[in-house]
Ligand binder design. Sequence first.
Ligand SMILES: C=CC1=C(C)c2cc3[nH]c(cc4nc(cc5[nH]c(cc1n2)c(C)c5CCC(=O)O)C(CCC(=O)O)=C4C)c(C)c3C=C
Ligand SMILES: [Fe+2]
Length: 424
Amino acid sequence: MSPEKERGSKGLSRRGLFTAAGAGGLGLAAGAAGAFAVDRERGRSTDDVVPFHGTHQAGITTEAQDRMHTAAFDVTASTRASLVSLLRDWTRAAEAMTAGLEIGETGAADGAYDSPPEDTGEAQDLHASHLSVTFGFGRTLFEKDGADRFGIADKLPAALIDLPLFSGDALEENRSGGDLIVQACADDPQVAVHAVRNLARIAFGRARVRWSQTGFGRTASTSTAQVTPRNLFGFKDGTSNLKLQDGAQLEEHVWVSGSPASESWLDGGTYLVFRRIRMHIETWDRTTLREQEAVTGRTKREGAPLSGGEEFTAPDFGLQGRSGPLIDPASHLALAHPDHNNGVRMLRRGYNYVDGSDGLGRLDAGQAFIAFVVDPRTHYVPMQSAMSKSDLLAEYLRHTGSGLFAVPPGIEAGGYIGDTLFGS
Ligand SMILES: C=CC1=C(C)c2cc3[nH]c(cc4nc(cc5[nH]c(cc1n2)c(C)c5CCC(=O)O)C(CCC(=O)O)=C4C)c(C)c3C=C
Ligand SMILES: [Fe+2]
């Protein structure tokens, strides 16, 4: 591979973007994500780049964008070198795309006429749109059918478990698992889809898509600057989510640190829990407002706990009404609250999805639930286990897809995703 290739994109601009400091955009290195950029065509500033590099990967505590395309891959490469080359190529491509640049040296339309373009091109006229690309490793990357395919079995983190089957799970094989995961989030759906499509194209011969899921209308806020969005049941979702301003809480509940030597490659990383949860929309829509609020534990309009106050008032689970506690102990709010979960919290970053209808006149709709946690054994499994047995909301849900991935730390310019695991 040429040194230029190694460095990734030469900086072909989409929409004629160029840095305030550089001329014409052609000098913009892929590592310059986050640089102030100017839209030459419209003459207005565009400040919509999420820096790719950093201590942690982007797309976790960075502000949740409006759209998502997440894909899990099975690695078909048979050697460690081939897998590492894929991770390097993905890193360079992600650096370029998140900076609003075309992939490679020749991008969508400046390459050899008789070769496929390096970039598929559907994002040519679009801004970076706050694109973030987050990568993770599944358990099967470390060990599959007893085989240590890539010489990393001894680095398998103890917390990267096979999630147990929960009561009521209806998991579909082709919507679950995967060796690798790529989560692309952006404010423009075409930018997110372009990212996953190009990473899949780059992976050809080394990894193939196992499943993918698009989503819209983030179902959580990850910053106090964001308004709480609503899920497809019409309720505010994300009110008491962990947010990027919660520094100490993020250290405690999200970021891995102080791991044993064999797992130290994951320090600064986290775990991504993925669940595709179908929501029985039509049943819910025939349910009374009283029941909907009782099931959720919050009011539909304000998102306030049923014990009173406004959206951000702490729930009072002891407050009694005429016929028992104002917040039903089996409500979603009660079952999810840290007071009933050993104090654990999670950073939720999910999306609504609608995958058309199911042929029976029902929407195939729900939530692509995505949560980042420091340890799924303590921060996800017990809560999901309790919910699957007694959450009033469970009657309206069906889990159809599942995955757990270790998300390595962020990288500096010149590194590649996974370099702490595979070596530089
Ligand atoms: C196991 C974890 C969780 C799953 C699965 C889950 C699915 C799910 N949740 C909603 C709707 C809401 N969830 C809310 C809060 C909330 N949910 C979880 C966990 C899971 N949810 C947590 C940890 C919390 C926060 C609890 C707290 O700290 O108080 C809310 C209330 C608003 C809010 O605080 O975000 C709603 C509404 C749906 C529809 C759903 C599956 C599709
Ligand atoms: Fe929830």
